[in-house]
Design a protein around this ligand. Structure first.
Ligand SMILES: [Zn+2]
Ligand SMILES: [Zn+2]
Length: 135
């Protein structure tokens, strides 16, 4: 699959049954809808503001970032904001196929998780495993 940001071929990284597509060149990450659900489940964050439905139905964000095409279906993705302070602008496939995070955006969101205990630890562990490949 091609990176929606820089068009390089992404690699698949897997941990704990969740597979992500990761771009070594720009360090962005693609979560497809199923992967995002699995990850939220693993972290027991279902129903949190990070749900795909919430992101899909949120109003389009006004962003200076260039629009990108969904790496799965080629549809122009919508900009959506998630989180607060800072708000993170991500790209979401309007068909609900997945989400694109630029480099560092996943980390920004993790830092904002309301509950600093278990669930945050699990996500950090997960991403630590996943991104070890890039060291
Ligand atoms: Zn890239
Ligand atoms: Zn799509």
């Amino acid at each position: 699959m091609k990176c929606p940001a820089c068009s390089n071929i992404m690699i698949v990284v897997e941990h704990d049954k969740v597979e992500l597509d990761y771009c070594l060149s720009c360090q962005g990450v693609w979560f497809d809808a199923g992967e995002l659900e699995l990850l939220l489940e693993t972290a027991q964050l279902e129903g949190d503001h990070l749900s795909l439905d919430n992101i899909l139905t949120s109003p389009e964000a006004t962003a200076k970032e260039r629009k990108r095409k969904c790496p799965t279906c080629g549809t122009m993705m919508k900009k959506a904001t998630v989180g607060h302070d800072p708000e993170v602008i991500i790209d979401v496939c309007p068909r609900g196929e997945g989400l694109w995070f630029d480099r560092g955006e996943v980390g920004l969101l993790i830092e904002q998780l309301p509950d600093k205990s278990d669930s945050q630890g699990r996500i950090i562990n997960f991403l630590g495993e996943v991104f070890r490949v890039s060291d």
